[in-house]
Design a protein around this ligand. Structure first.
Ligand SMILES: [Zn+2]
Length: 90
């Protein structure tokens, strides 16, 4: 049986076109981290401090499990130093 989840640390964030927060995982995939109560309660994502606190925390990446292609990770990372990530997808 296959390992059913792959844990990947959050390395940054951006917002999507609908203003939802998207975590950028170290593996190169993106994952929505919506705060959409009562279904999805992530009040931390709505605050700058909360997001900073969650940097490095590991989330399950289903895309890794599926072998999905890497996501586009915009450079827009207001919570971090504006370092260029070495990872660029095209
Ligand atoms: Zn992944």
């Amino acid at each position: 049986m296959r390992q059913s989840h792959m844990l990947q640390p959050i390395c940054g964030y951006h917002r999507d076109a609908e203003d939802h927060w998207v975590a950028q995982l170290a593996c190169g995939h993106n994952q929505h981290v919506r705060h959409d109560p009562p279904w999805q309660n992530r009040p931390w994502v709505t605050t700058h401090e909360g997001r900073l606190h969650m940097l490095g925390v590991e989330l399950e990446c289903k895309k890794c499990d599926e072998g999905a292609p890497l996501d586009y990770q915009p450079d827009h990372q207001p919570d971090q130093q504006p370092d260029k990530l070495p990872r660029e997808t095209d």
